[in-house]
Design a protein around this ligand. Structure first.
Ligand SMILES: *Cc1c(COP(=O)(O)O)cnc(C)c1O
Length: 458
């Protein structure tokens, strides 16, 4: 075999070994970042090395620093694993090495992304004429959508942002919920919109924006100059903003409405859960991730914009050597050259079909409810809130004991949960996001938690 075939073969074997170990390996890594840096570091060697050999050694050396994210008992952050079809397609994306920025050349890759985008709009019950920009994640999608929103609002005011810039422009106010994801503020900051230009609307105990508070905030903002950022799926409680009440209020005020639904927009794929996103289709732009609920590899977010011409007006570039068509991926986001990250989305959706996509989301919800029910049976544990979707949180009576439980879970290795604060109290979050989680994973996690709670509470 030539060097390339041997290297790919080595990667395949190393990948299979890792994936086969997921059922029983500790979820959290045993080596620290400094220890892993030591393993891989040292000065750059003077001469090169055989690709297959270095790949096998890299994989062996990485072992103690790998997290079992693709396994069934990683419940930290909001992450998700990788469906087999998506993983295999992702390997092909690298092997093909297609630059998916332009439509003029890499026709297969761009067509796969185009079809994936159409399927996504259909599955998420969003307007079929909206544009779908494949970006690295929900953070970048929030950035893209806010950038598009600001330019479009200013255009309606007769201000040409691309020519005149922001200095002296009518001031845009970003209106957010008190429990929005931090990436919304960060996206605003990338655009030169400071925290004083962001107004937070009060939310209820589950984290949903209150309509009467939105009305009050909008009354103090000039008509047509607000971007109202709503949320489908709060990362602690899983709660959804009441879109059907909020969006008409924002519309009356001439605002642009953006919905951050990194993992929550997927509720629309299920007949049983769609009620959670009722009304969200009335927004102007939407953020979602495929690397969360759809379980494709990083990096894959989607920036969805109702009027494709608004994206093009924001992102079209110049350059005599670039070929343009009327429908180029680089018109929907900030990148020019990029990998064909939407191809695994096509593969994931093709492997699931409509029914499998609905079933995946419903299973995550059912598992979250089963985990909540099991937690409620452990003496000393309180589950907070109703668990409407795939996220849940719980705590012990004492905050320090809750934090101690968080550390003990990671050290134990059976499962991974991450801690947070909710309404001033320490909590542990459990995010049900992986296709790989099954009933046995839930039982093993609950057994470990019961044992660790007993040890802490004595
Ligand atoms: C995860 C998440 C983000 C950020 O997504 P990335 O893919 O990590 O960039 C933004 N908003 C919400 C609601 C999220 O859950």
């Amino acid at each position: 075999m030539d060097e390339r075939s041997r290297a790919l073969d080595a990667a395949h074997r190393a990948a299979s070994r890792f994936l086969d170990s997921l059922a029983d390996r500790p979820v959290w890594p045993s080596a620290s970042l400094d220890e892993m840096t030591e393993v891989f570091g040292g000065p750059l060697p003077a001469s090169g090395e055989d690709a297959a050999e270095l790949v096998l050694r890299m994989a062996a050396d990485a072992e103690p620093g790998l997290v079992a994210i693709p396994g069934g008992r990683f419940f930290g952050y909001v992450i998700g694993g990788t469906l087999p079809a998506a993983l295999a397609a992702d390997w092909l994306v690298s092997a093909w090495d297609q630059n998916a920025g332009s439509s003029s050349m890499t026709t297969a890759a761009v067509a796969l992304e185009r079809v994936a985008g159409r399927w996504i709009l259909d599955l998420l019950h969003l307007p079929e004429t909206a544009s779908v920009g494949f970006v690295t994640g929900a953070q970048m999608s929030n950035f893209v959508c806010l950038a598009v929103a600001r330019r479009a609002l200013l255009e309606r005011r007769g201000w040409d942002l691309n020519r005149q810039g922001t200095s002296g422009a009518p001031p845009i106010t970003v209106v957010v919920g008190a429990d929005r994801h931090g990436s919304v503020d960060r996206a605003a900051r990338f655009l030169g919109i400071g925290s004083d230009e962001i107004v937070a609307v009060a939310s209820d105990e589950e984290g949903r924006m209150r309509p009467e508070s939105l009305a009050g905030v909008l009354a103090g903002v000039e008509r047509g100059l607000a971007v109202v950022c709503l949320q489908a799926g709060e990362v602690h409680s899983g709660a959804f903003d009441p879109f059907a009440e909020l969006i008409p209020l924002a519309r009356e005020h001439g605002a642009w409405v953006h919905v951050d639904g990194a993992f929550g927009l997927w509720a629309a794929a299920s007949d049983r859960l769609r009620h959670l996103v009722a009304g969200a289709e009335g927004a102007d732009s939407w953020t979602t991730d495929a690397h969360k609920t759809l379980n494709v590899p990083y990096d894959c977010g989607m920036a969805i914009v109702r009027r494709p011409e608004d994206s093009v007006a924001m992102f079209r570039t110049g350059g005599d050597y670039l070929m343009y068509s009327t429908d180029d991926p680089w018109d929907r986001g900030p990148e020019l050259s990029r990998r064909a990250r939407g191809v695994p989305v096509w593969a994931a959706l093709r492997s699931l079909g409509r029914s499998g996509s609905a079933e995946l989301v419903e299973r995550l919800h059912t598992h979250a409810q089963a985990m909540a029910a099991g937690l409620r049976r452990i003496p000393g544990v309180s589950v907070i809130g109703e668990v409407p979707y795939t996220q849940l949180m719980f705590r012990l009576e004492d905050d320090e004991a809750t934090r101690e439980l968080g550390r003990a879970v990671l050290a134990d290795g059976t499962a991974a949960l991450t801690g947070a604060e909710w309404r001033g109290r320490a909590v542990l979050r459990c995010s049900m996001s992986s296709w790989a989680t099954d009933q046995d994973d839930i039982e093993r996690t609950l057994a470990a938690l019961a044992r660790l709670v007993r040890a802490i509470l004595g």
